[in-house]
Design a binder for this molecule. Structure first.
Ligand SMILES: C[S@@+](CC[C@H](N)C(=O)[O-])C[C@H]1O[C@@H](n2cnc3c(N)ncnc32)[C@H](O)[C@@H]1O
Length: 206
């Protein structure tokens, strides 16, 4: 992939280019990310007993979120990501888990209601409203019960905002509008703040 993809009008091409480019750096931060996620997963585990559940982690990146969840005894976890370089990092860092390439907007390889939990960590703030809706639709279709997002919920440090700007994410709109987008889609939702302006959005299907 060439640098021209960074300026591409095609959002998927642009995102794949950026995430393939940063995958080796992200891979080195994986253990730190995983440690940082621990307190959030503790909060989640108090809400939902993770033990024995099947989990699909969408936009799994280097596998840090999957691996944090795995500490709480789920029956099975699988990650998917559209960046082949992120998948390579995840497979290297967490050989005990399964990671495959796939696009979160079209996951026809997974049947309806096939996982207890479908989750995405720091994926939805990166894409525009229309894509967010497509991804949430797929999460809803595949999930038997829970749709769980780990993402921004409040004010974040300046360097994060800078990284989001460089990543050309939809960070600002996400923070302003996502709560209402989420509530409009699901009847039973909960937002729980964790740390450093991040937290959980949890929806239950019934
Ligand atoms: C900011 S990273 C987060 C990685 C990981 N979930 C974590 O919390 O550490 C966002 C990830 O989502 C992936 N991603 C973004 N849009 C995607 C899509 N439409 N389909 C699959 N993966 C996607 C990117 O390739 C990247 O690995």
């Amino acid at each position: 992939m060439s640098v021209k993809h960074y300026f591409s009008k095609n959002a998927d091409k642009r995102a794949k280019f950026i995430f393939n480019l940063i995958a080796p750096i992200y891979g080195r931060l994986d253990k730190k990310l995983e440690a940082g996620f621990y307190s959030t997963v503790l909060i989640l585990n108090n809400e939902i007993n993770i033990a024995g559940k099947t989990i699909l982690d969408i936009g799994s990146g280097t596998g840090a979120w999957s691996s944090s969840l795995n500490k709480f005894g789920p029956a099975y976890i699988q990650g998917i990501d559209f960046s082949e370089k992120m998948i390579l990092q995840a497979q290297k860092n967490h050989p005990e888990l399964k990671f495959n390439q796939g696009n979160a907007e079209n996951l026809s390889e997974f049947e309806d209601n096939s996982f207890d939990i479908v989750t995405a960590s720091f994926v939805l703030h990166g894409v525009k409203k229309e894509k967010r809706a497509n991804i949430l639709n797929e999460m809803n279709r595949i999930s038997k019960k829970y749709i769980i997002l780990n993402d921004f919920t409040g004010k974040t440090p300046l360097f994060i905002r800078f990284l989001e700007f460089m990543e050309r994410s939809d960070y600002k709109n996400f923070k302003q509008n996502f709560c209402s987008e989420f509530k409009a889609k699901f009847n039973n939702t909960k937002k729980i703040r964790a740390r450093y302006g991040t937290g959980l959005y949890i929806a239950q299907k019934y």
